[in-house]
Design a protein around this ligand. Structure first.
Ligand code: NDP
Length: 309
């Protein structure tokens, strides 16, 4: 039987409806409008798309948003000044610096300057430390979105074996911490892991955050597993596409390559995952949609916490 497809859209829409109602209550009862500032440096095309979607979603939900766009050659110290200005502003509850930053700017230096109470991406080391110690923290949006997908799809986490492939500070590590907080038994794998399939096959929940198109194959997936595909990659090669997509999907994918030059695929081979897994998140239409919804959720949480509500 093919895997059940876990729709990120349905879950993201549900979360956004909850946030919109909460924002309306905050305005009505407390006269408060949460404020989100997004800083983008340079002209990376993908970053422009991501920032556009964040600002648009904030507006849709009644969150005040501000997009600050700085030139590619802005020095790091100027970016820090902008962050510190926003740290001081009372009307701003959330600050996000869109990554990647242009070469020459030290990302860590900037992220460490964001007030931890306004750190809605959850990348400040103080929030990462709180998360690791099991204290309330603003958690990174993508892994927090994965937890929402699992919970809202009634997939048990406590006591299950979760295997996370990838150990970045943005996805892999916080993903492992959140799964641990939910009482999973967690294994983290990375590029130096030996005999990866023998470990991933043991997973009840397998999270792929690797950055390599279709890397997780059928041989990595155990029977009955839930496979969460965090990856976002472009495939432009037609023969690669033919080995990745199911026959019923292939025509649409080849048409996309012809029209736009590429099609999106995650870090999991979707054709093989659909055959082997019990549950699977599609790309596009899976985890990616949750990332923006969780950013809005973090912004509202930050607004409430900062104002003691
Ligand atoms: P990074 O490149 O920072 O990390 C990749 C991780 O994968 C590393 O820990 C690396 O191990 C591991 N890895 C690489 N090759 C292998 C291998 N052969 N076997 C096992 N592990 C391997 O990527 P990110 O964590 O930032 O992103 C991961 C993916 O998620 C990307 O596809 C990205 O586009 C996507 N993404 C999606 C988001 C969304 O909203 N859906 C948001 C953020 C990212 P090592 O540490 O040893 O090098």
């Amino acid at each position: 039987m093919p895997a059940r497809v876990l729709s990120g859209k349905a879950i993201a829409d549900e979360i956004k409806a909850e946030i919109s109602a909460e924002v309306a209550d905050l305005r009505e009862i407390h006269g408060l409008t949460p404020g989100l500032a997004v800083i983008r440096v340079g002209d990376d095309a993908a970053s422009a798309v991501y920032v556009g979607s964040k600002v648009r979603t904030a507006e849709e939900l009644g969150i005040a948003s501000e997009h600050i766009h700085l030139d590619e050659d802005t020095p790091g110290r100027r970016v820090i000044e902008v962050v510190e200005d926003l740290n001081r502003r009372h009307d701003i509850d959330g600050i996000l610096v869109q990554l990647p930053l242009p070469k020459g700017i030290d990302e860590r230096d900037i992220l460490e300057r964001i007030d931890p109470e306004k750190d809605v991406d959850g990348f400040n080391p103080l929030n990462a430390g709180r998360l690791a110690q099991g204290y309330p923290a603003l958690a990174p949006c993508t892994p927090a979105g994965v937890i929402e997908i699992l919970k809202r799809s009634d997939i048990a986490i406590a006591g299950r074996h979760a295997v996370v492939v990838g150990r970045s500070n943005i996805v892999g590590k916080p993903m492992a911490m959140l799964l641990l907080q939910e009482n999973a038994t967690v294994t983290i794998c990375h590029s130096r892991t030996q005999d990866l399939p023998s470990i991933t096959r043991q997973a009840d929940i397998l999270v792929a955050a690797i950055g390599r198109a279709g890397f997780i194959r059928g041989e990595h997936i155990g029977a009955g597993a839930t496979v969460i595909d965090v990856g976002i990659n472009n495939v432009s090669d037609i023969s690669a596409a033919e080995s990745l997509f199911a026959p019923e999907d292939i025509e649409k994918r080849l048409a996309a390559i012809e029209k736009r030059g590429s099609t999106l695929v995650g870090d999991v081979n979707p054709r093989e995952a659909m055959e082997k897994a019990a549950n699977f998140t599609p790309v596009p239409g899976g985890v990616g949609l949750l990332t923006v919804a969780m950013l809005m959720k973090n912004t509202v949480s930050a607004a409430k916490i900062r104002r003691g509500l």
